[in-house]
Ligand binder design. Structure first.
Ligand SMILES: *Cc1c(COP(=O)(O)O)cnc(C)c1O
Length: 399
């Protein structure tokens, strides 16, 4: 062992010890076999409420077949940046399918949703500019904002009055202004007030970027997302999303005007300086978009399951949600962990979400179109019986 006064890495262990003491420590658990409503965890079948695979497509035979065929035809890697050797006709096909779903002029695919946010935000604003960011935004939006070098002002979660006040106070001092928000908040399940955000953005000459990661394929009559759900299709907007949730693949995208997309192809560093999506991921996403278009019944199954579960879960602990993400509040991080452990013993996989990811601990459940009635019932029974959710409604301080 090295002397901790000279070992430059000794702080890592101390830091980890602090994380353990706060019950904030995380680790990974391997899942076996195909992703589905029931998965195998450490050899045991578990009902899966931890997946973003809302439509049950990640294990769908058609996506698998598309990925296999693309790999056989085009190889495993795209071998370079899209601007150099990495561009394939298949990428363009995917971008056209996304633009068609979103009814935008064009779209651009990135290697992940995280990279789409980093690259887009950093390309659109800089040091002379202002970002207004919902306080509960996803990490990728927050990191993109920081990376851009713009002044970042958080507004209270979904609070239009607070946003308006902050615009009054700051907008004038800056050149461009970008408002950024999740459309479905990933750790809460509630929706951003998109029509009001658009109205404010237009009135104050701000760009508006909305992250549809949890909404694409899920919300709206055709699965185009919250933008469609709120009747805001074709309004001036920058729409971000991922291919990795309801679309069952891997990758991210931006959809918007042709000018925006052309600009990003020239200015987004996380698109320019990284390797293009693999043929397998690209082809799987193309196949998923066709299913989203042709099988609206999957969305009907999903919403039926969400409504069924909402009726069954213990009301006082359920956080407000208008999506397929349902959260059950717990008193403390330790309670959340104990509940998740009890659920796991009952054959149910639903994770504890704790600070610093969220301000207050909770059990987070994501519903799938392919959950069966008995899956929902088992979860409700296990959660209703769980003592660890706690009894009072006091909550932890923000971490
Ligand atoms: C999951 C998620 C992302 C990241 O998408 P990846 O493709 O997994 O990198 C971005 N934003 C939100 C809101 C998300 O939930």
């Amino acid at each position: 062992m090295k002397d901790s006064s000279t070992d430059a890495y000794a702080w890592l262990e101390r830091s980890l010890a602090t994380i353990h003491r706060a019950n904030w420590h995380r680790s990974v658990q391997p899942i076996q076999g195909h992703p589905a409503a029931v998965v195998e965890l450490e050899g045991c079948p578990m009902i899966n409420f931890a997946s973003n695979d809302y439509l049950g497509l990640a294990g769908d035979e058609r996506l698998i077949q598309a990925a296999v065929e693309a790999t056989q035809e085009l190889g495993t890697g795209s071998t370079g940046s899209r601007l150099l050797s990495g561009h394939r006709q298949l990428h363009r096909e995917l971008e056209e399918a996304i633009a068609s779903l979103k009814q935008t002029e064009d779209a651009l695919v990135f290697s992940s949703g995280y990279l789409a946010n980093l690259g887009t935000i950093a390309a659109l604003v800089g040091q002379r500019d202002l970002i207004l960011s919902d306080q509960y935004n996803h990490s990728s939006l927050k990191k993109g904002a920081t990376l851009s070098g713009a002044t970042v002002v958080d507004y209270l979660h979904c609070d239009i009055e607070d946003l308006q006040a902050k615009l009054e106070q700051h907008r004038q001092q800056y050149r461009r202004c970008l408002i950024i928000t999740d459309s479905i908040f990933s750790m809460d399940g509630d929706l951003c007030p998109l029509p009001q955000l658009l109205e404010l953005a237009e009135a104050r000459s701000c760009m508006l970027l909305v992250d549809e990661a949890h909404a694409t394929g899920v919300m709206g009559a055709t699965g185009a997302g919250c933008v469609e759900y709120w009747g805001c299709t074709k309004r001036p907007l920058i729409q971000i999303g991922t291919l990795s949730k309801a679309l069952g693949s891997l990758g991210g995208y931006v959809a918007g005007s042709a000018t925006l997309i052309e600009f990003l192809r020239n200015r987004a560093p996380s698109w320019i300086y990284t390797t293009g999506l693999s043929p397998a991921d690209t082809a799987a996403a193309v196949a998923a978009l066709a299913i989203v278009r042709n099988e609206p019944q999957r969305r009907a199954w999903l919403w039926h399951n969400v409504e069924t579960l909402k009726r069954q879960l213990p009301k006082p602990k359920l956080l407000p949600s208008e999506s397929a993400i349902l959260c059950m509040r717990t008193e403390t991080s330790a309670d959340a962990l104990a509940t998740a452990k009890r659920l796991q013993e009952a054959g149910i996989f639903a994770p504890a979400i704790r600070p610093p990811t969220v301000p207050t601990s909770r059990i987070r459940v994501s519903v799938m179109a392919t959950h069966q009635p008995e899956h929902l019932q088992q979860l409700s029974i296990a959660l209703t019986q769980s003592r660890d959710l706690g009894t009072s409604s006091t909550s932890e301080v923000r971490g």
